[in-house]
Design a protein around this ligand. Sequence first.
Ligand code: GUN
Ligand code: ZN
Length: 436
Amino acid sequence: MTSQRLLRGRLLSFTRRPENITDTESYSYEHDGGLLIEGGRIAAIGPFDTIKANADANVVVTDHRPHLIMPGLIDAHLHFPQMQVVGSYAANLLEWLNTYTFVEEQRFADAEHAARIAVSFFDEMIRHGTTTAVAYCSVHKTSADAYFAEAEKRNMRMLGGKVMMDRNAPGPLTDTPQSSYDDTKAVIESWHGKGRSHVVISPRFAITSSPEQMEMARALAEEFPELHIQTHLSENTAEIEQACALYPEAANYTDIYARYGLLRENTLLGHAIHLSEGERDVLSETGAVAVHCPTSNLFLGSGLFAFKDYEAREKPVRIAVSTDIGGGSSYSMLKTMDEAYKVQQLRGKRLNPLDSFYYMTLGNAEALGLENVIGTLDPGSDADVVVLNAHATPAMTLRLETISNLSEELFLLQTLGDDRAIAETYIAGNPAKSLL
Ligand code: GUN
Ligand code: ZN
């Protein structure tokens, strides 16, 4: 018989996207809740007394009161080989890529280096309550092997891919159309579906992929329709100009990817800031997801993502949220949504705290098509869980004195919280943060 674990605390899990800040129907909340975990999955959820009464007599109870217990946070876009790029001083995206990023990523040809950084990377995910992330590895197959080997060791549901890039970058950081196809396929064969891993087809962006390589990405996408695809789109105006000049036959940047069959429901388009109405329509029609990276967009001065406009269109654009380490400046999804809020403030729009916590959990799970597995506390889901402490710092405790409802508490967690507010992270039912 597998042993059971029972978490006690205030349980919060979204059931759909909130319509506004008073939309209390968009989530389920249990003030003195019990979350029963068995075999790495959520077995039951409800009032603590009821769940306890029906649990095994020898169930292990962990009391997290007064903290909030939520589904683990999800980060839909970041770069595993960029931990040592965070905080690099650059005027814009292309300078940042060429001066720092394309230099740093070359180190991931070395398996030992990749393995060392992978340990730190997964530690940082767990420290920040992120239980699933979608990462770009480097161009080197070794980096993807290191990433997935560590994911398997931690038993985490992680997505990632070997980056395909064959031009406009230093020689040691390029592959060829054929080797990018072969290496991606080898990574898929080694890792996709192994443990909880998902391999992602990852052409970096139009500037670093030749038309021949884009054909290879198309071939992989056709061969593996169930695999996610990730790339970057319309982050920076100079980038857009260069991409469109390299693909003159395309009507616009989005059309480059459309022409190679790369836009579909499991496509994740990093940034997607500067899009015409026509391009937004194409994203909506194909179901491709615009992945918002607010700390990165502010740090690199890339632009202000039209979050609320994308949501409110007659043809809405699907959205995910992410840190974009190392263009991004924080590993924390709380800090990420704090910055997402400020980006909307600058656009004269509101992103309310229910929105934020929906997007970090169920919203990102839906964007990944994984809502039946992660992103909620529903029975049957993976028991990837985060415990949030709104009393994490003296300043937070003081501010809490004047807070009277759940959305205010969530807003405080987002505004003043960071990794200190993550009291525990459970991976497939096992505590992970307290063991770091
Ligand atoms: N566009 C292509 N590569 C990258 C990257 O590594 N980071 C960001 N922010 N944008 C990119
Ligand atoms: Zn990126």
